[in-house]
Design a binder for this molecule. Structure first.
Ligand code: SAH
Length: 549
């Protein structure tokens, strides 16, 4: 759950961390001037709360309920998203669900209260009486009519009795007013028959639409097919298509329009019995939602992502989303660690940094089997990192299953850009990025490029400048650069940028020696026009002007 845990003071951080233990994907937002060590800082409490609410993010605020209510009050008049909102006492002694009754706020209140070992302040009468919400069925089931549902629950609270017609395993532990001759009936079935007066209907999602031909009319025709078969539209569980159609965007569009997932089969025999034959689709009906969910496989996804240099705020939101949705994560173990918080159910495949092609192929195998896979690089995945290896693995492959994976590359802030930003703007004019590693290219190529970049007066950023296995290369590179650049040329050394041990040094090419540099350093060598001036806070700003002479 991507909840936001919002705190106002340092004293709440310990409780916030305990709640984060329950929801590892949650982010702790701390008031900038009073909290140290939160995941994110904010300046204005009310604005932060309202933005989270509008973004439909569940909110756990560790402060007085009144402050939360006043903060959200301006938004409550309008209908729209209503995420769960809870107030929790700073010391963890009280848990108060405030908003989001149908978004599962009481469920969260129970979970948090159980963890903190207190009683949740549940005030919803239906929940109190029956032990859970009747109108919030589990995945695989859909409530037919919310308004009728609310009436139904208040009737039960008023003393009416209930009969359950159909299979509702999740109601087993509840304290319902059951009776043989009940006035009210909760019916669990896929039928589209009209609701009786005292009836609550929950539809199991058991119908599969097996698509044989896609066009723009398909969603409408499937809905008509359901009507014709007297099946509720909400009982549609998925569209099913042959595996060879996996990458077809029209199919994906139809599924999106119908609001159901898309699954792929290799043999028609995998399907349960047909209940209706249409022109471009057939309707099949599984016995249970669980059975419908087991038919075929989904289209796998492979996201090649860049974490940025390390700091959470420097990671693009699309990358955080991909990490949260991932089932498998592949990467060098340091980077997988940097991608935390991760859940226990997410599989980490940590490997040695060098086995890039092997890792890329492993990623395709997992994604082709229907998994959501993330390949992790630091910085940007396209800068001396995994994206090129992933592309090459696919280019070389003739496996149609690999080619039908949903492949995306999500960018990150590369070390050169992060280090440059810390220093000012040393890459403010034309520049080049060079890896000094001769693991994957001959050293002569590197020398030749240094020679030309030096002659062209480009600013340069060196990645992989030195390592134990490559001890002499940097010294040799500097010799070449010095043939073209004066000793006063400015150099920026950025080490562990965006990480706790971050260090930034500004010096001249004359002063630079290889001993000052290690493999966690990014080296920027300025052009002949790169200059510096003192910053008020100490040290220098470095920049390369955008003009040239
Ligand atoms: N894809 C990465 C680069 C990987 S190559 C990116 O776009 O940033 C690894 C080299 O990048 C390291 O040897 C170092 O030179 C540089 N580097 C990566 N992260 C860094 C950081 N946080 N601070 C300084 N240099 C870094």
């Amino acid at each position: 759950m991507r909840a936001a845990i919002v705190i106002l003071g340092q004293g709440a951080l310990a409780t916030a961390r305990r709640i984060q233990g329950l929801y590892p994907q949650a982010t702790i937002h701390g008031l900038a001037e009073r909290v140290k060590g939160a995941d994110q800082s904010y300046a204005n409490f009310g604005e932060t709360l309202r933005q989270l609410y509008l973004d439909n993010v569940p909110i756990v605020a560790l402060c007085a309920a009144g402050i939360v209510i006043r903060g959200l009050a301006p938004l409550l008049g309008e209908k729209g998203a209503e995420p769960p909102v809870l107030a929790v006492a700073e010391d963890g002694s009280a848990v108060v669900p405030l908003l989001g009754g149908l978004g599962g706020v009481n469920r969260m209140a129970r979970e948090i209260a159980a963890m903190l070992d207190v009683a949740p302040a549940i005030t919803t009468s239906g929940e109190l009486r029956f032990g859970a919400c009747l109108l919030d069925p589990p995945e695989g089931y859909a409530l037919n009519d919310l308004e009728q549902g609310k009436r139904f629950v208040s009737d039960l609270l008023g003393g009416d009795t209930l009969r359950i017609d159909g299979d509702a395993p999740w109601l087993a532990g509840m304290e319902l007013p059951l009776a043989e001759d009940a006035s009210h009936v909760l019916r669990i079935d896929a039928s589209a028959d009209g609701l009786e007066h005292n009836e609550l209907r929950i539809h199991p999602r058991v119908v599969l639409a097996h698509v044989t031909l896609v066009d723009s009319q398909l969603p409408e025709r499937i809905l008509q097919g359901l009507d014709q078969a007297r099946l509720a539209r909400l009982s549609l569980a998925a569209l099913v298509a042959p595996r060879c159609r996996m990458a077809d965007p029209a199919l994906a569009g139809a599924a999106r329009k119908l609001g159901v997932p898309l699954r792929f089969i290799t043999r028609d025999a995998e399907l349960p019995p047909a209940v209706l034959h249409g022109d471009s689709f057939h309707l099949h009906r599984a016995a249970t939602p669980a059975e419908a969910e087991r038919i075929g496989q989904v289209r796998g996804r492979l996201s090649v992502i860049g974490l940025g240099p390390g700091e959470r705020d420097f990671m693009i939101p699309a990358v955080r989303r991909a990490l949260d949705e991932a089932q498998d994560l592949l990467g060098y173990k340091t980077y997988v660690k940097m991608a935390e918080p991760l859940r226990a159910d997410q599989v980490r495949h940590c490997t040695d940094n060098r086995e890039e092609m092997q890792r890329a192929r492993h990623a395709f195998e997992l994604a082709a089997s229907g998994r959501r896979v993330v390949v992790i690089s630091s910085g940007d995945p396209g800068v001396f990192a995994m994206a090129a290896a992933v592309m090459e693995a696919l280019h070389e492959s003739e496996d149609p299953h690999w080619h039908s994976v949903e492949l995306e590359v999500l960018p990150g802030v590369s070390a050169a850009l992060a280090a440059a930003a810390r220093a000012g703007a040393p890459l403010g004019h034309d520049f080049c990025l060079l890896s000094l590693s001769d693991n994957l290219k001959p050293w002569e190529v590197i020398e030749n490029r240094l020679e030309h970049a030096g002659a062209a007066d480009l600013a340069m950023a060196f990645y992989n400048p030195i390592s134990r296995a490559r001890p002499w290369q940097l010294g040799r590179a500097l010799e070449i650069v010095r043939r073209h650049r004066a000793a006063e040329t400015l150099v920026v050394l950025g080490r562990d940028i965006g990480r706790p041990a971050e260090a930034l040094k500004v010096l001249t090419l004359g002063e630079l020696t290889p001993e000052m540099v290690d493999m966690r350093t990014l080296v920027i060598v300025g052009s002949s026009l790169t200059r510096r001036f003192p910053r008020a806070s100490g040290g220098d700003w470095v920049y390369t002007p955008r003009w040239y002479r």
